[in-house]
Design a protein. Sequence first.
Length: 79
Amino acid sequence: MGLLAGGLARRAVGTPKRGCLATIAIGVIGALLAGAASRFATGDEIATFDELDVGSIFVAFIGAAALLLVLEAASGRRR
């Protein structure tokens, strides 16, 4: 899931390749952050390891893309 979300987010944001482990880490961390924000916003109870469906992949993608944008802004590199 992390590799899928991180890879899709990297392509959508247009950031340079970071390697397989970095892509997985960005995908997993982004998914955790976006999942927590989604649960907080909707008021749902936090369930451990929810279902794997299109909605959870989309939330993971959004979180990974947001994390990549923050990392790019913090690094200060110009394209």
